[in-house]
Design a protein around this ligand. Structure first.
Ligand code: TK8
Length: 349
């Protein structure tokens, strides 16, 4: 079958006058004709994410795949892997740097281990709403300037997607105020600012890879964790957690990352398609994510969790506590980056 296909292809290329001219110029398949790329030209993106195949992140990834494969006429194939099948956020980013994997979509928090400026989004209670987050991430100059820092780390940032506002779950108590964090063993992402913020609140935070989290909660190694509602529901954390509080303490963006090696080996047309596909798929992802985040809180209640709606007063109190750690991070993140993001938020609010 493959042989037959290749034969047919060569015949059709010959008749189109595309082969046999030597000269080292590679024959481009004519535009708009699917299936014309020779098998040797097909390149594969192995795209891995940490969340499962029910999550809007995966649905966004499928949309990306659909656009890229259609618009490159099959010259780029996207293989999708969910649930940490290819590793965790950090290990997948390292694989991208080495060129042994092509794509992943981590939260910005672990990206800060490669480009510290990204920790600006880890400042607790920074982003007032999803609407403001959209304006800052999709329209501001600083959000693009942050992506521009990635190639120096052998990474290409194609677009911002949405993980969303993070909320606390735990097995010890219904957390309503800053004081309620006392002594809770909380899993955090691998990020220094998250650790410092939870320590300031009196909790006992421990960084852990996402894939280990469910078991850690089940076995009681940690009392709780924090993630958006969509994750808490779709990863079935309600099976191992009693309480959820709408702390909304951090808004987590995702960044669609590609290995620089894959990017550099792509034609300018393919680069344009990859970038646009990431942006367009992001619109779908964001929409589905918001539906999930708003719809699943009720489902968590139905599943037996106690839901504590955190008041604005309590949130302000938590913010006052976490603000005390910000000074130690200003130099690391970069004062200019912080100022620009705060200004973009101000302008969008
Ligand atoms: C998934 C992670 C996850 C993040 C975390 O790969 O680790 O808690 O919120 O969604 O990016």
């Amino acid at each position: 079958m493959k042989k037959l296909f290749t034969g047919l292809l060569i015949t059709s290329m010959l008749s189109a006058g595309l082969v046999g001219c030597g000269g080292g110029q590679q024959a481009e398949p004519p535009a708009g004709q699917p299936g014309q790329a020779a098998p040797a030209d097909v390149r594969t993106i192995r795209a891995g994410i940490g969340l499962n195949d029910q999550h809007p992140q995966y649905k966004g990834l499928l949309k990306f795949k659909e656009i890229v494969e259609a618009e490159t006429n099959g010259a780029i194939v996207v293989e999708t892997y969910h649930s940490g099948q290819l590793g965790d956020d950090r290990t997948m980013m390292e694989a991208l740097q080495l060129g042994t994997q092509e794509m992943t979509i981590p939260s910005t928090a672990p990206i800060a281990n490669f480009v510290p400026d990204f920790s600006v989004f880890d400042i607790p209670f920074l982003m007032p709403s999803e609407e403001v987050a959209d304006k800052v991430l999709l329209e501001s100059e600083i959000s693009q300037q942050l992506l521009d820092k990635l190639p120096a780390q052998n990474l290409i940032g194609l677009a911002y997607w949405e993980n969303g506002f993070r909320n606390l779950t735990n097995n010890k108590r219904a957390v309503a105020t800053a004081a309620d964090f006392k002594d809770l063993k909380i899993r955090t992402m691998e990020n220094q600012l998250h650790l410092a913020a939870f320590r300031a609140l009196g909790a006992n935070p421990t960084p852990m890879a996402f894939s280990e989290l469910f078991t850690a909660m089940q076995q009681g190694t940690v009392d709780g964790q924090e993630n958006p509602i969509a994750t808490i529901y779709l990863q079935k954390y309600f099976e191992v957690q009693k309480h959820v509080s709408t702390t909304k303490h951090i808004y987590s963006p995702f960044v669609v990352l590609l290995s620089k090696a894959f990017w550099d080996a792509s034609t300018p047309e393919q680069q344009e398609i990859l970038k646009r596909a990431a942006v367009e798929a992001g619109q779908v992802q964001r929409q589905l994510n918001r539906e999930a985040n708003s719809q699943y809180l009720e489902e968590l209640r139905t599943a037996g969790m106690t839901v504590t709606e955190v008041t604005e007063e309590a949130r302000a109190e938590m913010k006052a506590v976490t603000d005390t750690v910000l000074d130690q991070f200003a130099d690391k993140i970069g004062k200019e980056t912080i100022d620009k993001v705060r200004a973009a938020i101000e302008a969008a609010s």
